[in-house]
Write a protein that binds this ligand. Structure first.
Ligand code: NAD
Length: 254
């Protein structure tokens, strides 16, 4: 196995981010997770394996001072940085009709989902450069297609896809930058205890995926792990859809 690397994950206390943290720790790496939810951070620190390799930092991913400080703390603690995953997001895409959408709500989506990615690149790049580092940004299949009443979410994720190729061109060749666009990922088992709710999928939920099931944080963690690794050394500026094939299924109204 390769030497342990150090990874920084935003929104790492729950859901997909927690799944990614678990996978990287299981590989023997060092991981800093940041999250705005301190209760979730404590629960994550108890749940994750290898707590001695974990740093949990309360951080609002949309606040520049806090982001800069969490990178400083990560370097002080682990001594280096090999990869960044900007995964923090307001993950519920539905905000109601656009004509009633407040500017504050619109900006909240953009601030966490998109500006958070910019802040990671701005404050993390200098630390990544010496090691040929990698950045993975969490977009969404909703960057590419929509249901009604999801404008702010869709715009924030479309922005991630564009930011990905812009950063790849600016930060290469030392730093690679890729995006992942998950489809429907079931994160209910990966929440802090007070947020856990049992979820049952219907047959129709599974059947609309050519892969035959809804996705899991492990599915996204597997792709993230690959994109962070040196094995993905010729891959940059791309957006990878991981949706069980759902977007490829043609639907005709009956
Ligand atoms: P989640 O709500 O389970 O986890 C998101 C985490 O981000 C939470 O711990 C939350 O506290 C944290 N967070 C929110 N705002 C933050 C901020 N300002 N600063 C720091 N942390 C913050 O959500 P999830 O489903 O795991 O989603 C993770 C990412 O994946 C999001 O960017 C989401 O848009 C994207 N995504 C999810 C799905 C899905 O089906 N679950 C699909 C496509 C994309």
């Amino acid at each position: 196995m390769s030497l342990p690397s150090v990874y920084y994950i935003t929104g790492g206390a729950q859901g997909i981010g927690l799944g990614i943290a678990q996978a990287l720790l299981a590989d023997g790496h060092r991981v800093a997770i940041t999250d705005i939810d301190e209760e979730a951070l404590s629960a994550a620190a108890e749940r994750l394996s290898h707590p001695e390799h974990l740093l949990a930092l309360p951080t609002d991913a949309s606040d520049e001072t806090q982001v800069a400080s969490s990178f400083t703390k990560t370097i002080a603690h682990f001594g280096r940085l090999d990869g960044i995953v900007h995964n923090a997001g307001i993950a519920d895409p539905f905000h109601g009709p656009v004509e009633q959408l407040s500017l504050d709500t619109w900006q909240a989506y953009l601030n966490t989902n998109l500006t958070g990615a910019f802040l990671c690149a701005k404050h993390g790049a200098a630390h990544l450069r010496p090691h040929g580092g990698s950045i993975v940004l969490m977009a969404s299949s909703r960057a590419l297609q929509s249901e009604p009443d999801t404008e702010a979410y869709a715009a924030s994720k479309g922005g991630i896809v564009a930011l990905t190729h812009a950063l790849a061109v600016s930060l290469g060749p030392e730093i690679r930058v890729n995006a992942i666009s998950p489809g429907w990922i079931e994160v209910s088992d990966w929440q802090k205890p007070s947020r856990q709710q049992p979820v049952e999928h219907r047959e129709i939920d599974r059947e609309q995926h050519p892969a035959g099931r809804v996705g899991t944080p492990e599915d996204i963690a597997a792709l993230t792990r690959f994109l962070l690794s040196k094995e993905a050394g010729f891959i940059t500026g791309q957006n990878f859809v991981a949706d069980g094939g759902m977007m490829r299924k043609m639907i005709y109204a009956e």
